[in-house]
Structure formats: C-alpha cells, structure tokens
Ligand binder design. Structure first.
Ligand SMILES: *Cc1c(COP(=O)(O)O)cnc(C)c1O
Length: 391
C-alpha cells in the first residue's frame, strides 16, 4: 500500500519542512501504539476518565417512529459530550511518549478544542487552540470553557476567519515549532498518518458496537448510520464492519438550507477530489479549484472536505452518502427529545433526520445502529432560537 492512500484519496502533500515531521510521527505511532504499555494507559484513560465503554441503547419509541429496530451508540455520554475525546486522548498520549511539551490544534465549533485541552491537561501538555475570528464570536461559551481549562486561544484573521483558514494557519505554525509541539488534528483528515491514526483511535466505537450488538441481537446490524464531515465518528463506527458487505453504511452530511442547497456543506453531492490540507480528499471547490465556503447551521459539519477513507468508501460504492436539510435537522432534535428524552447535537440530528425522512430504506425487522455522536447542550441556544422564529 502506498503511504496513506485510500484508493485515489489520501497521501501526503506538504512542504519539505513538514515531510520529515510527518514521517517521524508515523514511525512513533507504529512504535508506541501496539505496545501493551500504551494500550493499558490509553484504555485506562478511556475507561476511568472518559467513561468507556459507552452504552448501546435500544431506542424503543424512536424505533416505532422509524419502523425498524434502532440502537443508539451513546457517544454523547463520553466525557465532554461527544466522541472527540477518543481521538484527543490517544494523540495526546502519543505526543507525551514522543517527548513533546505542547499541543496545537484548530477548532470551529470549539468542541475539538475543548477535547484537546482536556487531554492535554491529563497528559501534562500545554495547549494552544487556533480559531477563526468569526468562529470565536459565534462560539463564545466554548472559548470561555477552553480558557478556563487553561488553553491559549489564538484568533486567526486570515481569509474569512473560519475553520479552513485556521487549519492552514495551524499547519504554518507547526512548520516553525515541530520540535517541541504536536499538531493534534481533530478528524480523519489531513496528510498521512493523521487519517489512519484518528481512525484507529476512534474505532473503539465500532469495536464496542460489534460486541454489544452480538450480545443483544446475536448478529451484526443490517445498517449503521452516522453523520459527519471529516468522518471520524463515522469511520470509527464503520471500521470493524467494512469487510462485511451485509452491513449497509450510511453517511449523512450537512444539506444546509433547502432553498440554498447548492451552497451547503454536502461535499459528496457537490464536490470533487482535490488536494486540500495536505491530502487528496473529496472537497467543495469553485470553478478555479479554490476551496468553496459552505453553509449549514451545524458548525461541526461545516468542513469543506471529506477524509480520504470516507471519500474512498463512497467512491467504491461501499457506503451511501446522504444529507439532511437544516429544517429536517431541527425537527429531528424535537422528535428525539420527545421520543427518548435526549437532546442530540445538531450534527447527530442529521443522522436522526435522515432516518425519519427515509423510513422506506429500513425494513421492519432490520436492526440499525445510529451512531449518536454527541449531546445538544452546546446547541441549545440555536435550537431554541429556531423554534421561536418558527412559531
Ligand atoms: C465534531 C463532531 C462531528 C463531526 O466530526 P466527524 O469527524 O465527521 O465525526 C459530529 N458530531 C459531533 C457531536 C461532533 O462534535
């Protein structure tokens, strides 16, 4: 296998300064990750700090609404309220083993930034988070949270002051300080070895699903439905089932406003392969091949590219790519709240909204796992505002 290639996607397209940095990162991951010492330390943190294993919950009332048997993989119960800590703990531990003293990262909604500083603190590492100046304004409470946790939050003013600009700026910063500093990427994106490492750390979700569903149903599920942008929670859930063609895989991205759907974040519907942030990924581009800004009410799904592995699953026909419109997403929040007493993150509500809108794709006796990636506390203001305006 060529370095970090998933079909025609992936690879590493970075400047000469970062090339050796990424190669030594790959070597460190291969050296430390398989050791029993690393495994024990990571599993201990995931269990006692993170709260793993997360439950697989049979959602009886939601199942009745969709017309099949739906289990929710409860990543909302992981410490921090989403799946993100699986990855940040893994990479922070690796950074510590590599002798680094500082983590840098970027964040849009702020969730990955919070999960990074949590992991940094646990592993004795300083944390600096780069964030688009627009995003800092929009995500004030997560910015306060990061600062309370001790992170330095640095605004990025280049470009439009949003996530894609922050990623570019963080890569630039890393070029000048990689000796002491580890760049902790938040999803299955970017140059090799990041997509592979992040997928490895997130696949704890799928390993648990496999065991839990066997215990409850005696066989693998008929389908797994996950939302996503870069693809980390989806790949994490899918990984142990990719070889099993009997398990259908659904990936739900941000369809944005129904009336402005061609400017949404639905990169599988609207994008094409291109080099962005150090790798070939399915990405939203304008006619000149520049990254095209996208719109969705869910900041966590507003990344313009799909990671190499998820791009390849789509390209080879193994996975179905779908999307949900904002109005379906907000409706899905309400349905889940009323049916199961759970308020999902807006990202997660894309997967819920897709199932509610496409009941005919799921037969009565089928078992479906919905990867419930996070809780909606962070989105409460946006949710309440939406329903106020609607009335
Ligand atoms: C960040 C986030 C996502 C999207 O990121 P992926 O890497 O595609 O998983 C989805 N759901 C929640 C709750 C998130 O916080």
């Amino acid at each position: 296998m060529k370095r970090g290639k998933f079909g025609k996607f992936g690879g590493l397209f970075v400047n000469e300064i970062l090339m050796p940095v990424l190669i030594s990162l790959e070597e460190a991951f291969e050296e430390y990750y398989p050791t029993s010492e690393f495994q024990e330390e990571l599993n201990g943190l995931l269990k006692d700090y993170g709260g793993r294993p997360t439950p697989l919950y049979f959602a009886r009332r939601f199942s009745d609404l969709v017309g099949c048997k739906v289990y929710l993989k409860r990543e909302d119960l992981l410490c921090g309220g989403s799946h993100k800590l699986n990855n940040t703990l893994g990479q922070a531990l690796l950074a510590k083993k590599m002798g680094k003293s500082r983590l840098i990262t970027e964040t849009a909604a702020g969730m990955h930034g919070v999960a990074t500083v949590m992991a940094g603190n646990v592993c004795d590492l300083e944390t600096e988070v780069f964030m688009g100046s627009q995003d800092i304004k929009r995500q004030a409470s997560n910015v306060k949270k990061m600062r309370l946790l001790g992170a330095k939050v640095t605004p990025v003013n280049i470009g439009k002051g949003v996530l894609k600009d922050a990623v570019s700026d963080t890569l630039r910063e890393w070029t000048s300080c990689s000796e002491s500093t580890y760049y902790l990427i938040g999803s299955t994106v970017g140059p090799h070895p990041f997509p592979e490492m992040v997928a490895t750390f997130q696949s704890v979700i799928g390993r648990e699903i496999k065991e839990q569903i066997l215990d409850k149903e005696g066989s693998p599920p008929d389908a797994i439905v996950a939302c996503g942008s870069g693809g980390s929670n989806a790949i994490g859930a899918f990984r142990p089932f990719i070889e099993n063609d009997d398990v259908r895989l659904y990936f739900v991205e941000g369809g944005g406003d129904r009336l402005d759907a061609d400017n949404s974040a639905a990169a599988f519907r609207l994008g094409r392969p291109g080099v962005i942030h150090g790798a070939i990924m399915q990405s939203l581009q304008d006619e000149d091949g520049q990254i095209k800004p996208s719109k969705t009410r869910s900041a966590g799904l507003n990344y313009p590219a799909r990671g190499p592995e998820i791009s390849n699953l789509y390209d080879t026909g193994r996975m179905k790519a779908c999307y949900a419109f904002d109005e379906e997403v907000f409706e899905a929040v309400k349905v889940m709240a009323r049916a199961e007493g759970l308020i999902p993150a807006l990202e997660t509500a894309h997967a819920i909204g897709y199932m509610l809108g496409h009941k005919e794709e799921f037969d009565k006796d089928e078992v479906v796992v919905l990867n419930y990636s996070g809780r909606g506390d962070k989105d409460l203001d946006a949710i309440l505002r939406y329903f106020e305006n609607e009335d």
